[in-house]
Design a protein around this ligand. Structure first.
Ligand code: PBG
Length: 322
């Protein structure tokens, strides 16, 4: 036997020499859930270790993450039902708690990269990402609302906006609007290939944002489809996206790889709430070593071609990696 692959595995020193992929804390974006109020820290039931924070405690959380080397945060608001309406009006009301909090966060930590989510669902009484009329999700009418939301978030100091709504044409529409309003430096991380997935449920618990009727299949992609991700990727490229995101991550590693091979801009992957919950639940039962399963999952997402990983494990993984 001239070729014995095991020689390159014979010691930890050699294994680390030939290691092809290494996770770094700078790959992570940490999603955080914000609620109104003071001194509030409420655990998300289906996401042990993940909390909804009021602004004062979120500032402390961000500070402790920055010390661990996590520099990017995606901040989602959870609104009570009485603030929601069909048109997601609260999303662009200048003194709504979310936009005010973003300003404070950006002022307190100017060096941190703050990402926001552009979609109607946290503010929408229908629980959909777009405007609902007679059971249908209207595309072009939704763009106008997303535009107002985007400008409000940019004014509040967002560094990256993340359209997660999957309406057609939104990246180009938002890019143009941002540029015309003096926000040429605000980046767009497009949820390019966002699938209609069963893995979002814990997130919807965190935000109380589940659709009140129907599902999201007329806008989010069919898990059966791979080539369609190329259409979405090409449109987002042409429309000016700075990052292309695949979501969820683990069941879609082939899609991450595909976009990585096809498009010369950074690929992001969203290691979603259900993926977090699966590992936490089985670790709690003693069925898996949670720490190893976490690191193996994150590494595999990177190996598939994602440079950026949005993950609820960011803080836990950062403690181990650094
Ligand atoms: C909403 C949005 C969702 C997630 C991010 N933005 C949920 C959905 O589309 O229903 C999911 C994140 C997660 O599951 O961790 N537009």
């Amino acid at each position: 036997m001239l070729r014995r692959p095991r020689r390159n595995r014979k010691s930890a020193a050699i294994r680390s020499l030939v290691e092809e992929t290494r996770l770094s804390v700078s790959d992570f974006i940490f999603p955080l859930f914000l609620i109104d109020g003071i001194n509030q820290k409420v655990e998300v039931k289906s996401m042990p270790g993940i909390y909804r924070y009021s602004l004062d405690l979120m500032l402390e959380e961000i500070d402790s993450c920055l010390r661990l080397g996590i520099n990017a945060f995606d901040i989602f608001p959870a609104y009570p039902e009485d603030k929601k309406d069909r048109f997601a009006t609260e999303s662009y009301r200048e003194d709504t708690f979310y936009l005010k909090a973003l300003r404070t966060i950006k002022q307190t930590f100017p060096e941190a990269c703050i990402m926001t989510d552009v979609a109607m669902d946290p503010y929408n009484s229908d629980g959909h990402d777009g405007l609902v009329e007679n059971g249908k999700i209207l595309n072009d009418e939704t763009l106008e609302i997303l535009g107002k939301m985007t400008l409000a978030q940019a004014r509040a100091g967002a560094d990256i906006i993340g359209p997660s709504d999957m309406m057609d044409g939104r990246v180009g529409y938002l890019r143009k609007l941002l540029d015309e309003n003096g926000f040429k430096e605000v980046s767009i991380m497009s949820y390019t290939a966002k699938y209609a997935s069963a893995f979002y449920n814990p997130f919807r618990d965190a935000l109380d944002s589940a659709p009140k009727s129907g599902d999201k299949k007329t806008y989010q992609m069919d898990p059966a489809n791979r080539r369609e991700a190329l259409v979405e990727g090409q449109l987002d490229m042409e429309e000016g996206a700075d990052f292309l995101m695949v979501k969820p991550a683990l069941a879609y590693l082939d899609i991450i790889q595909l976009l990585h091979q096809q498009f010369p801009i950074p690929i992001a992957a969203y290691n979603v709430s259900g993926e977090y919950a699966m590992i936490k639940a089985s670790a709690a039962n003693g069925w898996l070593d949670g720490e190893r399963a976490m690191l193996e999952s994150l590494l595999s997402i990177k190996r598939a071609g994602a440079k950026v990983i949005l993950t609820y494990f960011a803080k836990e993984a950062a403690r181990i990696i650094t």
